[in-house]
Design a protein around this ligand. Structure first.
Ligand SMILES: [Zn+2]
Length: 210
């Protein structure tokens, strides 16, 4: 687990998972492993118990972001929050209308409905559809960190996600342009290395090329 700033940590298992530590713990995404082994170990290493996590926010329902959700809910009893459009995919009442194929995660109930521009436990919810219908990014404004989910990736430079994984590639790019209107120092992408310093400037450069 890598400390991005005081109170925000990122763990890359396959996809990035973020942990916001303030007055209480917020976990953002849950990795690919259905047993959440690395995540639970990392949590212990920074001195917390699963029960310390009060909220789990899901950016979208791809297997590498919700794989450990069921386990984490059982171990934490946390409130699960997601964008209203994404909820039927998390509960598996619906399937994504396109790639990348069937969802296999254990269905989990969502207890808190998020919408664009909501403030949730100190995080600004930014609706970023295109990768999936109800994808979100979360801006920790005080700490100046954007937790981007799969709205953008940083495997060899900031880029859109590979279009094989985007339900609506054009909308995905519009969402990157939307994120580029915000100001933040650091960025945790869904895949690849966190961007430390000058992150919104780098995202603006990418948005100009799209
Ligand atoms: Zn994804």
């Amino acid at each position: 687990m890598v400390k991005i700033v005081d109170g925000i940590h990122a763990l890359e298992t396959f996809a990035q998972t973020a942990l916001v530590v303030d007055s209480h713990l917020i976990l953002i995404d849950t990795g690919v492993d259905s047993k959440a082994t690395d995540l639970l170990k990392a949590l212990k290493r920074i001195g917390y118990q699963p029960r310390d996590i009060e909220f789990i926010v899901i950016t979208h329902t791809h297997p590498d972001h919700v794989g450990g959700l069921k386990t984490m809910v059982e171990k934490t009893e946390a409130v699960v929050a997601a964008h209203e459009i994404e909820i039927p995919y998390i509960t598996r009442k619906e399937r994504y209308p396109g790639p990348p194929g069937p969802q296999r995660h254990e269905p989990v109930d969502v207890n808190h409905v998020l919408k664009d521009s909501d403030k949730f436990e100190g995080l600004l919810v930014i609706y970023t559809p295109g990768h999936t219908p109800g994808s979100i990014a979360l801006l920790a404004e005080e700490k100046s960190v954007l937790i981007a989910g799969d709205s953008v990736q940083n495997e060899g430079g900031l880029q859109p996600m590979d279009d094989r994984y985007n339900i609506n590639p054009e909308q995905h790019r519009e969402s990157i342009k939307k994120l580029a209107q915000f100001e933040f120092e650091h960025l945790i992408p869904g895949h690849g290395r966190p961007v430390i310093g000058g992150a919104s400037q780098k995202l603006k450069e990418l948005a100009r090329k799209l």
